[in-house]
Design a protein around this ligand. Sequence first.
Ligand code: GSY
Length: 171
Amino acid sequence: MSVPAYIGLGGNLGDPQAQMAQALRLLDASDRVRVEAVSPLYRTPPWGKTDQPDFLNSCARLRTDLDAEALLALCLMVENRLHRQRAERWGPRTIDIDLLVFGSSRIDTPGLAVPHPRLTERAFVLRPLADLDGDMPVLGRTVREWLADVDAGGIRLHRPGGDWWRGTGDP
Ligand code: GSY
């Protein structure tokens, strides 16, 4: 388990908190991945297409011995297992899992770009990511520095702490 990897989770259809919690439990149940830390859960105004419900968003730091492509494939499997629904590109969705950062890797292939190219402009990612590792350098600045440059005004704390995703039942 050597590489720290950061993912962003979000959703605004159905029961996003339950879907994100189950996604984290499914990832943690893999013997190749450990969920090391999870940010608080935030209610965030929609970004991009604004005439849709608020999202819930969070970030998590994982440890994995998978490579970035395999971790992304696992995240997509988890989304599919949770019956992800998404009708339009920037529209509402039940669950979204984005691979944000994978160690110090910079990858830019047709299927995968890390660090995530829109990370530095999205307050709904930077706010929870700063809770996990505000001093982490990403694309030349720290997460906290990027956060200071975006409008995070509409973001509200929904569930404090890093344990909101832990359940008692099956993953
Ligand atoms: O992958 C991002 C999905 N998404 C979100 C989101 O997760 N949160 C907010 N607040 N707005 C969003 N717009 C899109 S697309």
